[in-house]
Design a protein around this ligand. Structure first.
Ligand SMILES: [Ca+2]
Ligand SMILES: [Ca+2]
Ligand SMILES: [Ca+2]
Ligand SMILES: [Ca+2]
Length: 465
């Protein structure tokens, strides 16, 4: 009898013990699950915060502060919630930067010429040829290129898009492209340094464990930057191909004579706003408006300011175009040439063609990396350094490209060609938000590419590994 009782106790104890182990295990499984959920929502909170800030700045633009959005994003790149924290950062050109990656800090692969592509480290002529063929609309393979048949003959299940690259990772499908070149140390292409990317040979990939992320081609190239109809002021850009003289006077503060000369130039074939930096308005407008400009010289005092104004003076008031002359506008002389600040405003606020859909975007002079300018565009390193130090010295960033005309080594010709690639605005950002739970052990990452030029902002890519 006693034996049975002891047995029963022993069995009961065993059962209780077993139950305890089970419930401990379940509790810890529960904790893991809670930690994961907390981390994921913390990461999500970071993403939502960034998008809210972008939308705020789209709604409330400050044309006098080119860094307002960037710094606001940076200031909120770390956040604490009751159940976790998030942090958002990225690497660019060897530096770790708080906040989302500005896609306009890199060169858009869809805009680069063969020569520019060839400038990229470790690029080869056959890969350049294959990139061009991937992107161009036709099926004619270039000398070293590769079109559809090339991929078919190698049993590939895909073929060239024959249109613009939609994201950077697509480049890895192109013939001859290898991930060790496109990604180098950033093996998961998230723009951040992960533990396995900073531990040498211990784990894949092999890397130099120096705390710096060398991200190969992904450090200089993007396919995500886009154009927007929005001007720096927040209004839609004024399309000079169809604008009236009154609109130009009103929006840019030009004289009526200057406005008609600008409109006349805008209607000439191959007109480019950047040309205003190189040639006087009176000369440019002659082609299409010989009746409006009698002589190529200056008009008699129609404008309050002359073109000698140094760019260092920066933004001037709207009156700088010489509004006094708008009354009547009957002077027979040619238009007074635009001062540098006004040219900057024309480039910031106008366009020469109708906006139909977003196209590959320009780089933002306020965020572009030195590596991109030096390597991809083969710019004089000294000039790049003075450009970037001028930029970094301004608390409000560069609100107009015209403000760098006076840096050492800059010429109107160089600036004009730069202006076809650079702007002062950014629309597309990639947020890589890492969430951590308060409960031990939870970590989660969300990567989102956002175009803030429309309201609500548009999600172009969402990735949750
Ligand atoms: Ca093609
Ligand atoms: Ca990474
Ligand atoms: Ca490694
Ligand atoms: Ca490294």
């Amino acid at each position: 009898m006693l034996v049975i009782v002891i047995w029963a106790v022993a069995i009961a104890a065993a059962i209780v013990g077993g139950l305890q182990i089970l419930s401990f295990r379940q509790a810890s499984l529960g904790n893991d699950a809670i930690a994961r959920v907390q981390a994921r929502w913390a990461a999500r909170a970071g993403v939502e915060t960034m998008i809210a800030i972008m939308e705020y700045h789209t709604e409330n633009p400050d044309p006098d502060d080119a860094l307002a959005l960037i710094l606001d994003l940076e200031d909120h790149s770390f956040g604490k919630l009751e159940t976790g924290t998030y942090d958002i950062r990225h690497f660019l050109d060897g530096f770790e930067i708080a906040g989302p990656l500005d896609e306009h800090s890199k060169a858009n692969i869809n805009l680069l010429s063969s020569a520019e592509l060839m400038n990229i480290e470790d690029m080869t002529p056959d890969v350049v040829g294959a990139i061009i063929d991937w992107r161009d609309g036709n099926e004619d393979a270039g000398m070293l290129g590769a079109e559809k048949t090339f991929y078919q003959n190698r049993g590939k299940s895909f073929e060239p898009r024959n249109a613009n690259f939609r994201n950077f990772a697509e480049i890895e499908l192109v013939a001859g492209v290898w991930p060790d070149l496109t990604r180098e140390e950033d093996w998961n292409l998230n723009g951040r340094i992960d533990p396995n990317e900073d531990d040498g040979e211990q784990t894949w990939p092999e890397d130099n464990p120096d705390g710096i992320l060398n991200a190969g081609w992904s450090d200089v190239l993007t396919a995500s930057s886009r154009t927007s109809p929005r001007a720096a002021s927040g209004e839609d850009r004024l399309n000079l191909a169809i604008a009236t003289s009154e609109e130009v006077v009103e929006r840019l503060g030009l004289t009526a004579t200057q406005a008609s000369a600008l409109l006349a130039y805008a209607k000439t074939p191959n007109a480019r706003l950047e040309q205003l930096l190189v040639l006087p308005l009176s000369t440019l407008s002659q082609g299409g408006a010989s009746n409006a400009s009698g002589s190529p010289g200056f008009s008699g005092g129609a404008s309050g300011k002359s073109s000698e104004d140094s760019a260092a003076q920066g933004r001037t008031g709207r009156s700088s175009g010489g509004r006094t002359a708008t009354t009547g506008g009957v002077t027979q002389a040619g238009p007074a040439n635009l001062d540098v600040a006004t040219i900057g405003r024309v480039m910031n606020e106008c366009t020469l063609k109708e906006f139909i859909r977003p196209e590959p975007g320009k780089m933002n002079v306020n965020t572009v990396s030195g590596r991109v300018l030096k390597e991809v565009f083969d710019m004089n390193p000294k000039l790049v350094d003075s450009l970037l130090s001028r930029r970094d010295a301004k608390v409000t960033g560069l609100t107009s490209l015209a403000a760098v005309l006076d840096i050492p080594g800059m010429t109107p010709q160089i600036l004009s060609s730069l202006a076809s690639k650079l702007d002062v605005q950014s629309f597309v950002f990639t947020i890589t938000s890492r969430g951590r739970s308060v409960t031990v052990g939870g970590e989660s990452e969300i990567m989102v590419t956002v175009d803030r030029s429309t309201l609500p902002a548009q999600i172009l890519m969402y990735r949750e590994p």
